[in-house]
Design a protein around this ligand. Structure first.
Ligand SMILES: *[C@@H]1O[C@H](CO)[C@@H](O)[C@H](O)[C@H]1NC(C)=O
Length: 268
């Protein structure tokens, strides 16, 4: 019995812990992508690239990032944005969100985080990155004319611009699974006499109430196409009850019913 429960519990963790906070919307978003041929194909491509091997201990980051840019440029925005901005009420969901685009290759590197001046300089010299960073600055910047400092109408444009940065030299990601805070993988510790410039750049992500607001507001913009997913994961407790209160046979069958979900795991 013990041997059967362990993998089942692991699956439940992957599925998102059952809680009153409800279902795992990042999982819903992942499944919606799986069911859409184009989303699924583009995601499979970037996952394959991002999990590839380059030098020992490394990964083909340039190819991984290129495939990610293609995912966001060509995938259905309703689905790609749902994957990127799925609202979370628990750590399992937020961890999945953080892992969505294979951050070990696309986002962080081996070794300590570099100064933010490195990705900033790289971006300013890149014809792909530079216009995207400018667009992000323009559409996510606080607007002095608005009452709360942010134009709510701008939120969708801000999120599109943010998504446009994924796969560039300044690829941002969620910093942990306990918040919706985002940042590129860098800090301003060793930025010398360019400290202010460094902090200003990093602050575009870490101290930007318009970006935070836009990500929060995505909740309301949850694509109708995903409402169909609601019934699928309504009640994770069901599987928990089965697993913990029955013998190996039933455990086996509840595991089987989860296999399609397990099959998606490597893609996320
Ligand atoms: C959340 O992140 C922490 C720190 O990285 C990690 O130890 C923990 O396992 C994560 N939680 C989930 C549910 O993945």
């Amino acid at each position: 019995m013990g041997l059967c429960v362990a993998p089942a519990m692991m699956l439940l963790l992957l599925l998102g812990s059952p809680s009153s906070a409800g279902r795992n919307r990042c999982l819903d978003a992942a499944e919606a992508c799986t069911e859409d041929a184009r989303c699924q194909r583009l995601r499979t491509e970037y996952v394959a690239q991002c999990l590839g091997r380059a030098a020992p201990g490394g990964c083909p980051r340039a190819r991984c990032r290129r495939a990610l840019r293609r995912f966001f440029a060509r995938g259905p925005p309703a689905l790609t944005h749902a994957l990127l901005f799925c609202p979370c009420a628990n750590a399992a969901c937020a961890e999945r969100r953080r892992q969505t685009f294979v951050p070990a290759c696309a986002f962080s590197g081996p070794g300590p985080a570099p100064s933010c001046l490195a990705p900033l300089d790289a971006c300013e010299h890149s014809r792909i990155c530079r216009p995207r960073l400018l667009a992000f600055q323009a559409s996510c910047a606080p607007a002095p004319s608005a009452p709360d400092g942010c134009l709510l109408d701008e939120a969708p444009r801000c999120l599109r611009a943010y998504a446009g940065l994924v796969g560039t030299a300044v690829t941002p990601n969620y910093v942990d699974n306990a918040s919706a805070r985002v940042a590129p993988w860098c800090d301003c510790g060793a930025s010398g006499n360019r400290r202010e410039e460094c902090e200003a750049f990093r602050g575009l992500f870490t101290r930007n109430r318009c970006l935070d607001g836009a990500i929060q507001a995505f909740d309301g913009g949850w694509p109708p196409i995903l409402q169909d997913q609601l019934h699928v994961h309504q009640d994770p407790e069901h599987s928990l009850v089965q697993v913990s209160s029955t013998d190996g046979l039933l455990v086996g069958s509840s595991l089987l019913s989860m296999l399609p979900v397990l099959a998606h795991q490597p893609l996320l």
